[in-house]
Ligand binder design. Structure first.
Ligand code: ARG
Length: 256
């Protein structure tokens, strides 16, 4: 065997070895185990957050309803937003549900399910004159790092400065204390925040962009995502999704 061929085979073997080590759990194995390991952030109220020490929120309820339809319990993991999708690639958990918008970039690395809600990034400010993308010119904007909010704010012409924070709650605090002129975040989160932060006088402006939000699994774990999609469709059809959504938002936020 030539030296070159030999080293090529070695590289191939190493690559296969790595793939085997990080193989996502197939649905059969998950079912045998009886639990679905789901990761979320826990800092994105009312979607996923901590009430004291208890993880709760719209997405926590939705994932548990999906798992129940699949005959599974959920084992929750919480970790910083930017580590969630990477954890799928390293097979640290079976699924992520953390308000990820479906983007081409992310879809290269993970497999998205059907969307569990539709929303978008809105402009939030205290100054009622800051409502549209144009109004962001010359302004300082707060966004969470690793999000579609950051990606889309970067596209706006004339922005003075984009301040990024590891957590969305820190962007919100920056607007509260007047360190920034505007905050771009999820529309439903902003509606909730504006109600909670009445004394700060948050005003919601327009959508900067809209997006479809979906759970994700390890790239190519089609067996698992197929079952998740089926279970999501089932809870959307039997009224349980509507009940969960109304509980958190007083409306049904599924994609129309
Ligand atoms: N929807 C935005 C995105 O896709 C933000 C998600 C933020 N989620 C969170 N758990 N902090 O990037």
């Amino acid at each position: 065997m030539s030296k070159l061929l030999k080293s090529m085979l070695l590289v191939l073997a190493a690559a296969l070895g790595t793939t085997a080590a990080v193989q996502a759990r197939p649905i059969e194995q998950i079912k045998k185990d009886g639990k679905l390991i789901v990761a979320t952030e826990g800092q994105f109220s009312p979607f996923n957050f901590f009430q004291g020490s208890k993880l709760t929120g719209f997405e926590v309820d939705v994932a548990e309803a999906i798992a129940a339809k699949m005959g599974l319990k959920v084992e929750w993991k919480t970790i910083g937003f930017d580590a969630l999708l990477t954890g799928l690639q390293n097979d640290r958990w079976d699924m992520v549900i953390a308000s990820h918008g479906i983007t081409d970039e992310r879809a290269k690395a993970v497999t998205f399910g059907e969307p569990h809600y539709c929303s978008g990034g809105v402009i939030v400010a205290k100054d009622p004159a800051i409502k549209t993308a144009k109004d962001l010119a010359g302004k300082v904007i707060a966004v969470q790092v690793g999000t579609t909010y950051l990606e889309n704010v970067k596209k706006v012409a004339g922005v003075k400065e984009v301040k990024t924070f590891p957590q969305d709650t820190q962007s919100r605090a920056a607007l509260q204390t007047g360190k920034v002129d505007a905050w771009v975040t999820d529309k439903f989160l902003a509606l909730t925040a504006a109600k909670e932060d009445v004394k700060y006088g948050f005003k919601l402006g327009e959508f900067l962009f809209v997006e479809r939000i979906a759970p994700a699994v390890s790239k190519g774990n089609t067996g698992l995502i197929g079952e998740v999609n089926k279970a999501l469709a089932a809870i959307m059809a039997d009224g349980s999704y509507a009940k969960i959504s109304t509980k958190w938002f007083k409306e049904d936020i599924r994609c129309k």
